[in-house]
Design a protein around this ligand. Structure first.
Ligand code: TXA
Ligand code: MG
Length: 358
């Protein structure tokens, strides 16, 4: 009898344990925000994914050499596995450990712009898991300039794979609070390094047959790269069906509120003022009510506009308007990268621009 009831309770226990295990699997993790590099380091060494500040945007980092740790990034972000990750190193000197070939142009540009917002696509060594590169023979490598990122990386004996620390498809985070808003309950720790100085992701460069190819515009301008090289680069940043850099996907950086960019002269006839908010560069669009008008840079400075862009896109997204309207910025320097992000956050832009929709 005792034996039988023991058996029954054992079975019950097994069922209970199975249910508990399942519920724990789905239980939200507690997400802490702090400035303790040692905590971030310990978690990363234990194979966890941790948000870290960089000078461009916050990254969601994990040990790039540990596929299990890298999987946690994809899971927390809900990011498709075909989208490869950038690895971050403490110094350019470490690049030869992970890249099989270093073209002379890459070396020249690294010496000029790193640490900084520039990413290099280089033939990978086998030590980099295929999950990191989504099966590509090239790995994306960056040396961030943010002092907290540098301090952390210099204490680790592995590189950090890190995409921007936002749920897949949403606006990139430029503060620890932005990361928290998107990933609370999904990661254990957000290392707070203040507001990101650049505010836009790195420029991604590829090297093929002696040519330097810009795959994504970002923190280092095309003009600056061409000046350093002494010759023009190729621009291959257009959206593609199955993109080489899925940062090229049009729905990237999207706000929940539909965002239309350009064609400012049509706005008044198409949208009721009380239902819209606008993202202005400097002092343009002064006729729009202050509560509905977000300025990227009151003084018309492109660097400041880049720094503020993602924060303002988030604020505009919360302002209660039915649509967000944004004007193009000057198409030079980092203005080009800002326009690229607006273009890809924008919806139905073609229909709007050519007047195809009413
Ligand atoms: O500034 C930045 O680059 C930030 C910070 C955290 O470093 N990172 C960032 O990561 O923007 P993410 O994943 O949001 O964007 C990286 C882009 C993606 O579009 C990805 O497809 C592309 O880089 N990429 C990464 N590895 C690649 C590879 N092996 N080949 C082609 N594209 C790659
Ligand atoms: Mg991203």
């Amino acid at each position: 009898m005792t034996f039988r009831s023991g058996l029954i309770s054992g079975t019950r226990y097994a069922i209970f344990a199975a249910i508990l295990g399942k519920s724990q699997q789905y239980k939200k993790m507690t997400t802490r925000i702090g400035t303790d590099i040692a905590t971030a380091r310990a978690l990363l060494e234990a194979g966890e994914a941790v948000a870290v500040p960089t000078e461009t945007v916050y990254g969601l980092a994990a040990n790039a050499l540990d596929a299990g740790a890298v999987l946690k990034i994809f899971k927390a972000k809900n990011r498709p596995h075909f989208n490869p990750l950038i690895i971050h190193l403490p110094a350019w000197a470490a690049v030869a450990r992970y890249a099989a070939e270093i073209p002379a142009d890459a070396d020249l540009l690294a010496r000029r712009f790193t640490p900084g917002p520039l990413t290099f696509l280089l033939k990978k060594k086998p030590v980099i898991p295929d999950l990191v590169t989504a099966g590509s023979p090239k790995v994306a490598i960056r040396i961030p300039a943010h002092p907290v990122a540098r301090a952390l990386l210099s204490q680790l004996d592995f590189p950090l794979a890190a995409p921007s620390a936002n749920p897949f498809g949403y606006v990139s985070p430029t503060t620890a609070q932005h990361v928290f808003e998107g990933l609370n309950g999904k990661i254990p720790y957000i290392l707070d390094g203040g507001q990101c100085e650049i505010g836009l992701e790195s420029t991604i460069l590829d090297f093929e047959d002696g040519a330097v190819i810009v795959r994504r515009e970002g923190g280092v301008s095309v003009e600056a790269i061409e000046q350093a090289l002494g010759r023009p680069v190729l621009l291959k940043t257009a959206a593609a069906e199955h993109p080489i850099a899925p940062g090229q996907l049009k729905s990237h950086y999207a706000t929940a509120t539909p965002l239309y960019v350009g064609a400012t002269e049509q706005w008044a006839t198409r949208f009721a003022p009380e239902q819209t908010c606008v993202i202005a560069f400097g002092n343009n669009m002064e006729d729009v009510a202050a509560a509905h008008r977000f300025q990227l840079s009151p003084s018309g400075n492109l660097d400041e506009a880049a720094q503020n862009l993602f924060r303002i896109m988030r604020e505009a997204d919360r302002c209660g308007a039915a649509v967000i309207l944004a004007a193009w910025l000057p198409e030079n320097g980092i203005g080009r990268a800002i326009n690229d992000r607006l273009r890809r956050a924008g919806q139905e832009m073609a229909g709007f621009e050519d007047g195809g929709h009413s």
